[in-house]
Design a protein around this ligand. Structure first.
Ligand code: SF4
Ligand code: SF4
Length: 179
């Protein structure tokens, strides 16, 4: 008799290993849209970069000294946990269009504790969403760039409005000279 397929069991142990390693933390249009609504975009945009050495360019979160720049290693927590990227919500699961795969066999949450049906659906949905977003994002890079630009301008205007009049005048003079 054929062995039954093992059920995926996962409970995150909050060990931080996936945040303290160098991997491609891909950012999708859905992340950018959500971040521009909830303000997370201002915390992340200086840490985003476009990787274009693959066939299809991708937007990714930077890491530094072997850890994601959004990770607070002392507190062992993600600084944007409540709005973390889809790829992190799906970790360590991945959907390739036909089946689920384990992205990281070394994840300490695998085979730990009891997996609720709700938890299973949540992580499966995140993995499927990540897969769908890969294509949507690659065909919408100009839209993402314009969203980022719009947010940078919005932030700059907010900061400019907070400046004392004297500073505003200095900036106006600089613009007049460079015009
Ligand atoms: S997803 Fe896995 S590697 Fe990442 S913090 Fe949770 S248990 Fe650790
Ligand atoms: S965004 Fe957050 S959850 Fe994702 S790798 Fe960075 S610190 Fe970890």
């Amino acid at each position: 008799m054929e062995n039954p397929k093992p059920r995926f069991v996962f409970n995150c142990q909050k060990c931080g290993l996936c945040c303290e390693k160098e991997w491609e933390i891909r950012i999708f249009l859905d992340d950018i849209e959500r971040w521009s609504k909830d303000g997370t975009i201002y915390r992340v945009f200086s840490n985003l970069f476009i990787k274009d050495d693959n066939e299809i360019p991708s937007i990714q979160l930077e890491w530094e000294n072997g850890k994601c720049k959004m990770y607070d290693a002392e507190k062992k927590e993600c600084l944007i946990y409540n709005s973390r990227p889809i790829i992190c919500s799906a970790y360590p699961l991945k959907w390739d269009g036909n089946r689920y795969l384990i992205r990281d066999e070394n994840c300490l949450g695998l085979d730990e504790g009891v997996m609720t049906q709700e938890g299973l659906e949540e992580i499966r949905n995140a993995a499927k969403k990540e897969h769908a977003e890969e294509e949507r994002t690659s065909t919408n890079l100009p839209i993402i760039q314009s969203i980022l630009l719009r947010e940078i301008i919005k932030k700059s205007e907010l900061e400019y409005n907070k400046l004392p009049d004297e500073e505003k005048e200095k900036i106006k003079e600089i613009f007049k000279k460079s015009a």
